[in-house]
Design a binder for this molecule. Structure first.
Ligand code: ADP
Ligand code: MG
Length: 728
């Protein structure tokens, strides 16, 4: 153990030397001297400034009151041995300024050794309050950064200057499926799409050269090999020497937005919707890619002026286009125009363009912005529709059937056949009720059918009676169909002619039946008749006087029977007819003479009224006679109590008309249609064949028979025969 000199004695030695006085006084840090009791023996100006006490105050105050005790404990001033061993210690503690605030200090205590003995310590204290605060802030900031990067939806990464990951936020695990550790230390290029690496490298180069690149978009690979679109912001962090220390990247998955914008692009392309903006001052027009495409221009870089655009407008539409766009600018209103353009490839397309003026702050129009859409397909469809509409209209207009449209039962349209059919003008028909046209007997059923049509039921055509404007009733078939929610289209077909043809058919069927019957009978009668004729001839030759006259009559009558039989055979099969030019008046007179006795017996007078110089008729005399006989006999039979019969002969145009007018019982209206039907007779001994055969004969002569009758007043039968040679 070395003997210790007294504190006072040793201190004298130091103070006398004065060697370090200047260093002590001018040291920028606080320097003080503590004796082994821990009391301050000296303090330099920096120390005085740091703590706010004067030198005197410091020397009088125990240092432990100024520096927090825990800190001072480290002085361990009493433990001299430790000082010797420790030599010098540095620690941080807190001092209290005279004004009460805390001052963070870093203190170094160095033992003062004199003659091998420690007599005190030199203390050097550095104010680290500021540094401490910065450090704390840094810790806080880092914690915050960590908090952000650990919880961010984005991927945050720090890269070393060589491009390897130093940190990557945990979001990479959910977003890209990598583990954080998997990527740390790897080159960041491992995440980029190979095609995008040169692009990203170029961006990096631009940032390196000081350019401010806000953000860029590239494809980032997920662990499973698929790619996502990422929008990335890159920042370079440099130290004070401008050396690159770190690259911070923040990436955000924008695949959904990309998909959206890609589909928007698709939509724009598909809709052929181009955007344009026209600078009114310069006349320059800026175009979206689709706008160029609409003109057939691939090079979207061509600078456009409004005049250049005008060169695309179809010559026939140019004037109206100029007018419209001029009006829009002058009158400050919306531009909306459809016109044709001739594309660079020569195709003519329809463009629909709309634009709105954009004004500056003073309300002066500066630009017009708008869209232009290629609507050629639409336009073609429209044209087709128009054509098909026209076709439909011609179809309706030229239809042989009446076609009408009824809205809520009121007529809104009727084609010209319909107007003819109902005998009314368009003005008279439009607006009238459906039932006005229909015979009342069909109202109920028609009501039902109209309902069914509105329910879209499929109906079959039905035959109705219809009423013309003049009250006339006719038969027509009608078929309705739904036209719209409230309207019905009806198609009405006049079947009068069809009905007539049908009746004719029926009649001719009966006729041929009768014909066959007649043929059968005729053959059956012919043979016995031949025998009768032969024997009559034989007996006649052997007879004289009155007997012979009887035989003459008999053979005459037999001839007639034979003739009639032949006529009946005519019905059965068409025979070659022997038409000759004859005087019809002579034939008629012969018949009248022949029938006069019979008429006289019935008190009937037959009068004639023949026109003179009648043309000759090409006819078969026997057959015509048969017709005349039939008709005159019918007339006589119609006047059981006698009367007058007038036979009139005249020409009418190129026809010869024979009229037989009687004053008989007449024919009831409901029987009129039956006239001429085989076997229709009202007489006890009638055959009902007379008129039928007459019809047949007259038609063979290309003539017609007409019957007019008034019940109880009389009947007129008129024959009309053409003068010229009949067609066979
Ligand atoms: P039929 O004389 O054998 O009865 P028709 O064919 O000659 O056969 O005539 C058919 C029917 O037409 C007659 O039964 C008669 O009812 C009617 N008829 C024909 N002509 C007249 C007439 N002039 N006046 C009244 N009824 C007539
Ligand atoms: Mg008769």
């Amino acid at each position: 153990m070395i003997g210790l000199p007294t504190v006072e004695a040793n201190w004298a030695l130091i103070s006398e030397s004065g060697i370090y006085q200047s260093f002590f006084d001018h040291h920028p840090d606080a320097v003080y001297v503590l004796d082994l009791h821990g009391d301050c023996r000296d303090a330099n100006p920096a120390c005085i400034q740091l703590l706010g006490y004067s030198r005197q105050e410091l020397l009088r105050t125990p240092f432990k009151r100024i520096v927090v005790p825990e800190g001072l404990d480290r002085c361990a001033c009493d433990d001299v041995g430790q000082w010797v061993q420790a030599k010098s210690i540095t620690f941080e503690t807190t001092a209290f300024h005279k004004h009460g605030h805390r001052v963070e200090i870093r203190v170094t205590h160095t033992p003062i050794v004199v003659g091998g003995n420690v007599i005190g310590v030199f203390g050097i204290a550095k104010d680290v309050t500021q540094q401490k605060r910065v450090e704390q802030e840094l810790i806080d900031t880092e914690r915050l950064y960590k908090l952000i990067s650990e919880n961010s939806e984005d991927i945050i990464s720090y890269c070393h200057p060589d491009g390897t990951f130093g940190y990557i936020s945990p979001s990479v695990e959910t977003l890209l499926d990598y583990k954080q550790d998997e990527l740390i230390g790897k080159a960041n290029t491992c995440l980029y799409h190979p095609d995008d690496i040169p692009y990203v490298a170029a961006i990096g180069e631009r940032i390196r050269s000081g350019e401010d690149v806000p953000r860029f978009t590239c494809r980032v690979r997920r662990k499973n090999g698929s790619y996502r679109w990422y929008e990335t912001t890159l920042k370079f962090i440099r130290d004070e020497q401008e050396n690159l220390v770190q690259m911070v990247g923040i990436g955000r998955d924008i695949s959904e937005q990309m998909a959206l914008s890609i589909s928007l692009e698709h939509a724009v392309t598909m809709a052929k919707l181009g955007h344009w903006e026209w600078d009114l001052k310069t006349g320059n027009v800026s175009y979206s890619r689709q706008s160029y495409r609409n003109l057939g221009i691939d090079n979207a870089n061509e600078v456009f002026t409004v005049e250049r655009f005008a060169s695309f407008v179809h010559p026939e539409d140019l004037e109206s286009w100029r007018e419209e766009i001029g009006k829009a600018v002058d009158a400050r209103r919306t531009f909306d125009h459809t016109f044709r353009i001739s594309r660079t490839d020569g195709a003519v397309r329809f463009l629909h363009s709309c634009g709105e003026l954009v004004y500056d702050d003073d309300g002066v129009p500066v630009r017009m912005a708008g869209i232009a859409q290629d609507i050629t397909e639409h336009k073609l469809l429209e044209l087709q529709l128009q054509q098909s509409e026209e076709r439909y209209r011609t179809l309706v207009e030229n239809s042989l059937d009446a076609i009408g449209v009824f809205e809520d039962r009121k007529c809104v349209f009727m084609n010209s056949i319909g107007l003819q059919m109902f005998g009314a003008t368009s003005e008279e028909i439009i607006g009238s009720d459906y039932f006005d046209f229909l015979h009342p007997s069909h109202y109920e059923e028609s009501e039902r059918r109209l309902q069914a049509i509105m329910w879209n039921e499929r109906l079959r055509p039905i035959e109705y009676k219809w009423v013309r404007k003049n009250g006339e009733v006719f038969h027509a078939e009608v078929l309705g169909s739904r036209f719209s929610d409230t309207a019905i289209q009806v198609c009405i077909r006049d079947i009068t002619e069809r009905k007539q043809a049908y009746e004719l058919l029926l009649r001719s069927e009966k006729l041929s039946a009768v014909g066959q019957l007649a043929a059968g009978i005729a053959h059956e009668i012919r043979n016995p008749l031949t025998a009768l004729k032969g024997f009559t001839q034989m007996l006649r030759e052997k007879s004289r006087g009155t007997k012979r006259r009887y035989f003459d009559i008999m053979s005459g009558e037999l001839d007639r029977i034979e003739m009639i039989l032949n006529e009946m055979l005519v019905l059965a099969k068409p025979q070659d007819r022997n038409f000759e030019l004859k005087h019809v008046d002579l034939i008629l007179l012969e018949v009248i003479t022949f029938l006069s006795p019979q008429a006289m017996m019935k008190n009937v007078t037959i009068q004639t009224d023949f026109q003179r110089d009648l043309p000759m008729l090409s006819c078969e005399e026997g057959q015509l006679k048969q017709v005349f006989v039939n008709i005159i006999k019918n007339g006589i039979e119609a006047m059981p109590s006698g009367g007058n019969m007038l036979v009139r002969l005249k020409t009418q145009g190129d026809k010869v008309v024979v009229e037989f007018v009687d004053e008989g019982v007449g024919i009831p209206e409901d029987r009129m249609p039956k006239l001429g039907e085989p076997f229709f007779t009202t007489k006890e001994k009638g055959t009902g064949l007379g008129l039928m055969i007459s019809h047949k004969i007259i038609s063979a002569h290309n003539g017609t028979i007409g019957v007019q009758s008034r019940l109880g007043e009389g009947t007129t039968v008129s024959l009309s025969l053409p003068v010229g040679l009949p067609n066979r």
